[in-house]
Design a protein around this ligand. Structure first.
Ligand code: FPP
Length: 255
C-alpha cells in the first residue's frame, strides 16, 4: 500500500483497535548511516534518534499499545569506539533527565532489561531514577534494553533455575515454558507480537531470542532518525493484515 500522501489521522483510522499487538519491540538501526548521509559524525545520528524515540513512544501510547521495548544498547555495542560509547551513555543520561517529566505527563512507566550493573554510574543512576519516578504509571510501559543480549539473558535464566535445582527448591522435570519465561528479565511482560527493525537490515542481532519465538517481523529501509509516528502506524497496519497461525492451519485460526 502507498502511504506517502496520507495523513497520520487517516492512517490511524485504518488501525483496528481490537487487534492491536500488546507488545511491540524495535531494533533502532541506521543512526550511523543517517549521520554519514548528512555529512556528520555518528553521534549526530544518535542525537536525532532521540526524536524518533519520543515520536514512537507517543504514537504507541496514543494507539493503546501496552508495552514498547527499544533496543538502545546491546552487549556487543561496547566494542564500538570509546568516544561513541561515551557519547551514547551521556545521551542516555541527558535524555532520561529531560524526558522523565514527559513520561509522567503521559502516564508511561519506564523499565529496563539487560545487565544494568555494568553501565557507567551516571547512566545507571539516571535510569534507576527514571524507573523509580514513573513506577506508578499504567498507560503504557516503555522498556529500554540496555547492555542487553538475548543469549546472556537465557544463560542467566538457566543459571538461576539450575541453582534452584541444586538447592532442592525445584525439580529439573518441572522446568517448563512458563517457569523459564519467568526467569527472564522480561518476567511479567507478554511476548512481543511484532518486531520492527529499521535501516534495511534483516537480522535479529541477539535481541529477545526467547520472547520473539512467534513474533511477526517488519523490516523497513527507513533509517531510525527518520522513523516517525506515521511509519510506526504503518507497521501496525501491516501486522494486522497478516494471519498469525502459531503452527496451526489457516482454517483453524480463522474460526
Ligand atoms: C543503531 O544505529 C543505534 C544504536 C546502537 C543506539 C540507539 C540509541 C538512540 C536512538 C539514542 C538514545 C536512546 C534512548 C532510548 C533515549 P547504528 O549506530 O548501529 O547505525 P548504523 O548501523 O548505521 O551504523
Amino acid at each position: 500500500m502507498d502511504f506517502s500522501n496520507i495523513t497520520i489521522e487517516e492512517l490511524k483510522a485504518q488501525v483496528n483497535l481490537e487487534k492491536l499487538p500488546r507488545h511491540v519491540a524495535i531494533i533502532m538501526d541506521g543512526n550511523g548511516r543517517w549521520a554519514k548521509q548528512h555529512g556528520k559524525a555518528r553521534v549526530f545520528g544518535h542525537k536525532n534518534g532521540v526524536t524518533s524515540v519520543r515520536e514512537v513512544t507517543e504514537g504507541a501510547a496514543e494507539l493503546g499499545i501496552e508495552y514498547l521495548t527499544l533496543y538502545a544498547f546491546s552487549t556487543e555495542n561496547w566494542k564500538r569506539p570509546a568516544t561513541e560509547v561515551e557519547a551514547l551513555m551521556l545521551l542516555l543520561v541527558q535524555t532520561l533527565g529531560r524526558e522523565v517529566a514527559t513520561l509522567n505527563k503521559n502516564n508511561i512507566r519506564l523499565q529496563a532489561i539487560g545487565d544494568i550493573s555494568k553501565l557507567p554510574p551516571r547512566t545507571k543512576k539516571a535510569l534507576l531514577k527514571g524507573i523509580e519516578d514513573t513506577k506508578h504509571n499504567d498507560r503504557m510501559t516503555l522498556v529500554l534494553a540496555l547492555n542487553y543480549s538475548g543469549k546472556w539473558e537465557i544463560l542467566e535464566a538457566a543459571k538461576k533455575l539450575s541453582e534452584e535445582v541444586e538447592k532442592g527448591n525445584l525439580k529439573t522435570e518441572d522446568i517448563n515454558d512458563e517457569l523459564f519465561s519467568n526467569a527472564l528479565s522480561t518476567q511479567g511482560i507478554p511476548d512481543p507480537e511484532l518486531l520492527i527493525r529499521t535501516s534495511g537490515e534483516t537480522r535479529l542481532s541477539n535481541f529477545l531470542l526467547w520472547q520473539l519465538a512467534y513474533a511477526e517481523f517488519y523490516f523497513t529501509p527507513v533509517f531510525w532518525p527518520d522513523f516517525r509516528k506515521k511509519h510506526f502506524v504503518q507497521a501496525i497496519i501491516d501486522y494486522q493484515q497478516r494471519e498469525r497461525r502459531f503452527g496451526k492451519i489457516s482454517e483453524q485460526v480463522s474460526k
